[in-house]
Design a binder for this molecule. Structure first.
Ligand code: GLN
Length: 449
């Protein structure tokens, strides 16, 4: 803990943590050290973990990087955090992110941007930017992030680490501040597959506080390094590799990887995926709709920031609080979501998007009848300069094209560092598997790294 606290202090400019639980972490470490030698130790005994500022930890602040939740204190711990603690982990602090998880660069944060440790003038990715930066810079061993549309995988990709998003319904969302409830999942950022797999094994599984969590047994995730000569059936989408937005270097490295997997005896085949152009619009219609409804609870009465001004009507009071409390991107999404749900447009946008989501899910199921893994880029580009896309939300949304697919389909996905040389920006490869087949996904990932 001392080592990580020192690193955090030295790397303060990264703005990866918005609050450090220093004293408390030291105390907990001392308590864990004081356990008798023969005491039973948890699977994560002494493991130092940071949590994204959307995950509740009892008696600690949680704000979703938003002014609307300034100084708010959690009344209970999320299931994920409680399970980490039960296995002996030490929570070292809460980490910077985009407000309510809305963004791809960590620039939409009430605490200011987090920086990419690889190169400080490029973005760390988002929305779990602080969580990825912290792992990359050695400020903690691993982080819990959340992935509604790539927010674990994209920052992992931009920072050159491992990011795992489990199947929708694999990890409890109890105590996670909602963005889009039918998409949100807690995931893990770590420097290698073994660490991510072990932490996922601890936090996954049924929970009476979240009815969308599956009761399916959690598999032996942490056994990833078991030797096996399993040959995988791997699909890739040529439309994605040839997509005009993809950096040629990324697609050629991915081609090389596919060739080398084939040479090693895996079955590697192209699959034509015809719905590519619908992915981003469908995602942004459905998630903004869900967000506009989820965020209606923040009105300054039940939660959060209250403008201390006089007001007439109650609606004026709500308006004042929400106008002052939410940032620009969050407001944009609430307005968009309210629009697509409004009486005159509901069928044209929301219903249509739900139908497209169903089609995407059906096509995905068909693919996994014949394949174990889909391989793809995580992002079309490497990390770009801070400030470059923040003024052009559509360009930023388009960068989510390859990640939001897994959230729409509900399947598990990882980003693994594919290209990680010290003098250039890193980038990753994305692997996806069938729903609840985390075991294959993690074992395959281990094979790749
Ligand atoms: N870029 C995505 C968005 O802004 C990230 C969402 C997420 O996974 N939290 O919606």
């Amino acid at each position: 803990v001392k080592h990580y606290l020192e690193n955090i202090e030295q790397q303060k400019h990264l703005n990866a943590f918005v609050e450090v639980f220093g004293e408390e972490a030291l105390k907990r470490a001392a308590e864990l050290d004081a356990l008798p030698a023969n005491a039973e130790k948890g699977k994560l005994h002494g493991v130092v973990i940071g949590i994204k500022d959307v995950i509740c930890y009892k008696n600690h602040h949680v704000t979703a990087a938003s002014n609307i939740l300034k100084d708010f204190t959690s009344l209970y711990s999320s299931t994920a955090v409680q399970r980490l603690l039960n296995e002996g982990a030490i929570i070292i602090g809460r980490q910077n992110c985009d407000e309510f998880g809305m963004g791809s660069t960590n620039e939409n944060s009430a605490y200011g941007p987090a920086l990419n440790p690889v190169q400080n003038d490029v973005v760390p990715g988002g929305s779990s930017g602080g969580s990825a930066a912290a792992v990359k810079a050695g400020l903690c061993m691993a982080s819990l992030g959340t992935d509604t549309g790539g927010s674990v995988r994209l920052p992992a990709d931009f920072c050159g680490i491992v990011g795992v998003k489990p199947t929708y319904g694999r990890v409890s969302r109890h105590g996670l501040i909602a963005y889009a409830s039918s998409f949100d999942q807690i995931g893990v950022l770590a420097s290698n597959v073994e660490d991510a797999a072990l932490i996922l094994e601890v936090i996954a599984g049924k929970d009476e506080f979240d009815s969308t969590v599956s009761v399916k047994e959690v598999g032996p995730y942490s056994s990833v390094s078991i030797e096996s000569d399993r040959k995988y059936r791997i699909a890739y989408f040529p439309e994605w590799l040839e997509h005009p937005s993809v950096d040629p270097e990324i697609s050629s490295q991915l081609q090389n990887l596919l060739t080398s997997l084939k040479e090693k005896g895996h079955q590697v085949e192209p699959v034509h995926f015809k719905l590519t152009e619908y992915i981003v619009p469908t995602y942004y219609i459905l998630t903004t709709a869900e967000a506009s409804s989820n965020l209606s609870r923040f009105d300054g009465v039940r939660y959060g920031y209250q403008e201390k001004k006089s007001f007439g009507e109650l609606t004026d009071f709500y308006k004042q609080n929400r106008s002052a409390g939410f940032g620009k991107e969050v407001k944009r999404r609430i307005m968009l979501g309210t629009f697509v749900l409004s009486a005159g447009y509901y069928d044209a946008y929301f219903t249509k998007a739900q139908q497209v989501r169903r089609l995407l899910q059906q096509q995905t199921e068909e693919i996994f009848r014949d394949f174990d893994i889909i391989l793809a880029p995580t992002s079309p580009t490497t990390a770009y300069k801070s400030g470059e896309k923040i003024k052009d939300p559509l360009a930023m949304y388009m960068g989510d094209i390859f990640t939001v697919f897994a959230n729409l389909a509900g399947i598990p996905a990882v980003s693994l560092p594919l290209f990680n040389h010290s003098n250039t920006l890193p980038f990753g490869v994305q692997a996806m598997a069938n729903r609840f087949d985390e075991v294959s996904l993690l074992r395959f990932s281990h094979l790749l790294m």
